[in-house]
Design a protein around this ligand. Structure first.
Ligand code: ADE
Length: 232
């Protein structure tokens, strides 16, 4: 029996999903509120993790241990790392890595978690394919891209920092949770995908753009998640 864990970092990223859910119970754990029930006819647990990689990892582990979810989807917004990916567009993860992990002193590559066995945590191919297909159906006006999501405990709003991340990791978008959810899912052998709508360009315009476009972008991503649930 499938049960989908859905994580958004901020209230705007989960409010639509909570509103549309038939809630069976809520549970508070690690200062997070887990909403369990059915969403678009599918068993699901929706949770706001809070911002940042530690919150997201704790949240994903609780979904695995206590709710025994069969799949994890991370929904939310991100900064674009490619000129052609614009505000409002959707990025679906192929894989995810930590752009702020640097343990090269012990012989790993930049971005690689020691002993992880891979540089980037691969998203589930079926979930990613489904997300892209559903996006084209549900939002034919939106452009959807499939590529690497890079995460760090840092809001990127500086062209030079952005360029360095692009040069190092060839990411499509940058955010603050995806890689830790990916790592947690990977360690627990739970298939995952990250779906992010672009709220800003992760450069010097980001601090202005983010508050303007974040709400609408978050709603697009959540709408896509809702649409794909029964097809998982
Ligand atoms: N989430 C949305 N935009 C972001 C950015 N520019 N940096 C990090 N996380 C983000």
């Amino acid at each position: 029996m499938k049960k989908i864990g859905i994580i958004g970092a901020m209230a705007q990223e989960v409010e639509r999903l909570k509103g549309e859910m038939e809630v069976r119970r809520t549970m508070a754990k690690a200062s997070m509120e887990f909403w369990e029930g059915t969403l678009n006819g599918t068993d699901a647990v929706v949770v706001q993790s809070g911002i940042g990689k530690v919150n997201a990892a704790i949240c994903a582990q609780i979904l695995c241990d206590i709710f025994e979810v069969t799949h994890i989807i991370n929904t939310g917004v991100a900064g674009s790392l490619k000129n052609e990916i614009n505000i409002g567009d959707i990025v679906v993860s192929t894989d995810a890595l930590h752009h702020d992990m640097d343990a090269r002193v012990v012989g790993t590559r930049l971005g690689e978690v020691p002993q992880a066995g891979c540089l980037a945590f691969p998203a589930d191919g079926r979930l990613a394919h489904l997300a892209v297909t559903c996006c084209k159906e549900a939002n034919p006006m939106l452009s959807v891209y499939q590529g690497r999501v890079v995460s760090g405990d840092q809001f990127i709003s500086d062209r030079q920092v952005k360029d360095k991340i692009i040069g190092n990791f060839q990411g499509f978008c940058v955010e603050m949770e995806g890689a830790s959810i990916a790592q947690t899912a990977y360690l627990n052998h739970v298939p995952f995908v990250i779906i992010r709508a672009i709220s800003d360009k992760a450069d010097d315009s980001a601090e202005m753009d983010f508050p303007v476009f974040e709400k609408e972008a978050a709603a697009h991503s959540a709408a896509l998640v809702e649409h794909m649930l029964p097809l998982i």
